[in-house]
Ligand binder design. Structure first.
Ligand SMILES: NC(=O)c1ccc[n+]([C@@H]2O[C@H](COP(=O)([O-])OP(=O)(O)OC[C@H]3O[C@@H](n4cnc5c(N)ncnc54)[C@H](OP(=O)(O)O)[C@@H]3O)[C@@H](O)[C@H]2O)c1
Length: 347
């Protein structure tokens, strides 16, 4: 039995982790859901309609990490900073969904489809970082393009769903949308800064001294570490949009050599985990709604609108959509767990 805790089990990512870890085909797991003291005793399995029976939620302070083999953290960077290293020191393998350790030397930042070599050895830190949700779908789409013609520069504009702001973000968008439709215009600032309903918020996270938002800084730095390209230039604009699930990205790249759209499409179509949409397909292009409704395709990165600008040799553009809670979080974390199991790191 793999003794596994999910810290943040009542949240948007934690719930998806529980659902994935209790699916048929998983190794035998003794699953311990963990959250804040507010949620202690909650039957989270019943609340989210899991078939499998799991223990009631435990408060984080009541967990003895020496009794765990594996711990997923999905409770925010502050909780990870305070507790994840203690779990790692107690011998657990930690897979952390927050930004707390992503840039740290000795902590692999892993997307198994892109840099499986980062998990050649069990890290001495005992911590593996799951990248930012927008980064994961970006690097999974860029990887085959880089192998085809070598990236020189990346420009990405994101269209990020409310679920990226957790359960509170989802509730706020739903409540505010109802209020607007009911004719009430007195919306208060909230999870996204300004109200998101029927608007766009072109700033995700705090701005630095140069005007870049926290989300944009992650989109710049994380692909460099994951793709092993320390000098890769990534320009990002991150925008929150009033969509409940699935992040979209308009991606433009400069390449070392010109490629045709057909060449790029063939490279993408041949890549595991990518669903390519060509112009004659139905739908001809992925959107948050078509991806959300695609069920089993939640684990895929959906790419369409692949095109080149004939006036700029070496340019390529594409539209990339993925489920931020799966591709961008829980599924990637579980893929990391599978790699750790394959390597025999977890008994
Ligand atoms: N949402 C996404 O698309 C996404 C994607 C990639 C990564 N992430 C990262 O994943 C993490 C979780 O995000 P989320 O969207 O799932 O957030 P969320 O819906 O707000 O859930 C937060 C979870 O953390 C728990 N928590 C909060 N404070 C805690 C404390 N002091 N001790 C123990 N548990 C505590 C909450 O428990 P209670 O219910 O008891 O309050 C809840 O289970 C964040 O680091 C986020 O950046 C999110």
């Amino acid at each position: 039995m793999l003794r596994t805790a999910v810290v943040g089990a009542t949240g948007a990512v934690g719930r998806e982790l529980l659902a994935l870890l209790t699916r048929p085909g998983m190794p035998p797991i003794r699953l311990s859901p963990v959250a804040s003291a507010r949620s202690a005793g909650v039957d989270i399995g019943a609340r989210i309609g899991l078939d499998a029976q799991i223990e009631p939620v435990r408060a984080l302070n009541d967990v003895d990490f020496a009794t765990m083999d594996l711990v997923f953290f999905a409770a925010g960077a502050e909780v990870s900073r305070q507790v994840a290293e203690k779990a790692a020191a107690a011998g657990c393998l930690v897979i952390d969904n927050s930004s707390a350790f992503r840039a740290r030397e000795g902590v692999p930042l892993t997307v198994p489809q892109v840099n499986p070599e980062s998990l050649r050895h069990r890290p001495e830190s005992n911590i593996i970082a799951n990248p930012n949700c927008s980064t994961i779908q970006l690097v999974r789409a860029l990887h085959p393009i880089h192998r085809l013609a070598t990236l020189r520069r990346v420009f990405v504009s994101t269209y990020q769903a409310a679920s990226g702001g957790g359960l509170r973000g989802l509730a706020e968008l739903a409540d505010d949308s109802r209020s607007v439709l009911d004719g009430r215009a007195d919306l208060a600032p909230g999870r996204f800064g300004p109200p998101l309903a029927f608007d766009l918020v072109p700033q995700i996270g705090l701005l630095d001294d140069h005007g870049a938002a926290h989300e944009e800084r992650k989109l710049r730095s994380e692909p460099r570490k994951i793709m092993g390209l320390p000098d890769l230039r990534v320009d990002a604009t991150a925008v929150r949009v009033p969509v409940f699930h699935c992040h979209s990205e308009a991606v433009h790249v400069d390449l070392e050599r010109p490629v045709s759209a057909a060449e790029a499409e063939d490279a993408l179509a041949a890549t595991d985990g990518i669903r390519l949409y060509r112009s004659g397909d139905d739908p001809a292009c992925p959107s948050p709604r078509t991806v959300e409704e695609s069920g089993a395709d939640r684990a895929l990165v959906h790419v369409g609108r692949v095109r080149v600008d004939e006036s700029q040799p070496g340019s390529l553009a594409m539209w990339v959509v993925a489920d931020n809670l799966w591709v961008g979080a829980a599924y990637n974390a579980v893929d990391i767990m599978r790699t750790a199991l394959d390597h025999g790191w977890l008994g």
